[in-house]
Design a protein around this ligand. Structure first.
Ligand SMILES: [Zn+2]
Length: 152
């Protein structure tokens, strides 16, 4: 993952030779999509000659970096407001809060819950193989070797 300033991006784009079959040389058009940027070279004849994106595209028009940023916000113990403030300070694009909430609801929370369930199941399975002592003494702790029942 990288941070790239606009001036460096413009410099990189200037080095990409792009020309249309009609003979024109279209200029790049940038569009910010959260923390990603897409670049399209659209010719005056209407043809999109070349397209680039700064991040791997996922389904439904989302980008991997945006997804990772939103998922990592909660997983690192932060919240959207804090990360949004950080992004504002460095003029970093950020997906909208509703996108953050959708990613949390559809992907992060179910994954964390499944992970937690797996840990619980594993702990229960480990405990199942251990002998457990249950005290039959009411109101006091059993002394060693006195009361108790062994169960599985
Ligand atoms: Zn053209």
């Amino acid at each position: 993952m990288y941070l790239l300033t606009d001036s460096c991006l413009v410099s990189l784009l200037a080095d990409i030779p792009v020309s249309c079959r009609c003979g024109e040389k279209p200029k790049p058009t940038k569009k910010r999509v959260g923390s990603a940027v897409t670049v399209n070279w659209i010719c005056d004849c209407g043809k999109t000659v070349k397209s680039l994106a700064s991040q791997l595209a996922l389904r439904y028009g989302s980008f991997l970096g945006n997804f990772m940023l939103m998922a990592s916000t909660i997983l690192s113990g932060n919240n959207y407001q804090k990360v949004a403030l950080l992004a504002k300070f460095i003029n970093l694009g950020l997906p909208h809060r509703t996108t953050f909430q959708k990613i949390q609801g559809y992907f992060v929370a179910p994954t964390v819950e499944q992970y937690w369930s797996n840990i619980q199941a594993s702990a229960i399975e480990e405990t199942r193989a251990t002998n457990v002592v249950i005290s039959a003494t009411k109101g006091s702790f059993p002394r060693e070797g006195t009361s108790g029942q062994c169960t599985q």
